[in-house]
Design a protein around this ligand. Structure first.
Ligand code: NDP
Length: 255
């Protein structure tokens, strides 16, 4: 089987697994962070888990760019910039900013994350820098409204995600491991603005690339983070009797 055929199988498989995972995650909450559980086998530190899970996003996507002939047209460099802006932070800076204390992550969760980010980076990188072909993202794409509208949406989502994570990561004083009610920024409206921002980012990337792999990643992000936001929201309401009643879970004003 040649690589483009294998690629198509992987892409459709990726979409099918997203469609199956979405309903399942309403019943199973991934056991890390506040939803930590002991029954998921061997564990390692949260920090190691994040490094393992997110590194393929940086490395595989970069390898796709490199083995795709290091394209230096404006659109290709734009895709590379947006992707690495998010993932260099997520893989190599975020794990050193978390203050989770002794919290552990199941190796199984990190292994699933590793498989997911490797596949996702391959599907997006290989499409953008090789399989799309030289005419798909030529220099005109850089001035196409889809490119700059999508990039602007991505950057807005990135700003929301960063601000929300910054607020969370500053709630604990040195040595603290408990939870507090986050306030300010988009927390005025929702319990999980970091997830909301992340979803906006990848919807923006899907528009910017106008591609099936970009759309598949955005759908995966929703499938993963919407059920988790609802779990976080329920958890906040149960834990804090004074939790702001008007706050929604994920999307301001809606749900
Ligand atoms: P959480 O919001 O659950 O936690 C983020 C960090 O803040 C953790 O270190 C957590 O500590 C701490 N924290 C959270 N809430 C509180 C609180 N109320 N008081 C004190 N500290 C708090 O996010 P995730 O860990 O699930 O995700 C982290 C980032 O990764 C997010 O930006 C998210 O968007 C992104 N992500 C993206 C995914 C995707 O599919 N693209 C999938 C999963 C995450 P603790 O660990 O102790 O709970």
């Amino acid at each position: 089987m040649d690589e483009p055929t294998l690629y198509r199988y992987i892409l459709w498989g990726f979409l099918v697994v997203a469609a199956l995972t979405f309903p399942a995650l309403f019943f199973i909450t991934a056991p890390y962070g506040r939803h930590e559980a002991k029954s998921w086998g061997p564990t390692f530190s949260n920090r190691t888990g994040w490094l393992v899970m997110e590194s393929p996003s940086v490395l595989v996507f970069f390898a796709c760019w490199y083995f795709g002939g290091c394209p230096t047209d404006a659109a290709s460099l734009g895709f590379l910039f947006l992707w690495q802006l998010h993932y260099v932070h997520r893989a190599y800076i975020f794990p050193f900013r978390i203050k989770s204390g002794p919290k552990r992550m199941p190796v199984a969760i990190a292994a699933f994350g590793f498989a997911f980010t490797s596949t996702n980076a391959y599907l997006n990188g290989r499409w953008l820098f090789s399989f799309a072909g030289p005419d798909r993202y030529d220099s005109a794409w850089f001035s196409d409204p889809r490119f700059f509208l999508g990039a602007a949406i991505f950057l807005a989502g990135f700003a929301i995600n960063q601000q929300a994570d910054w607020i969370l990561l500053h709630l604990r004083k040195p040595g603290e491991t408990g939870y507090k009610i986050p306030r300010g920024g988009f927390y005025r409206w929702v319990s999980c603005p970091n997830y909301f921002g992340e979803i906006i980012e990848w919807l923006g990337f899907a528009i910017c690339t106008w591609s099936l792999p970009g759309l598949a990643f955005a759908l995966w992000t929703i499938a993963n983070l919407l059920p988790r936001a609802l779990s976080h929201h329920r958890w906040y309401r149960e834990k804090f009797p004074d939790y702001p009643p008007e706050r929604k879970a994920l999307v301001p004003g809606l749900f």
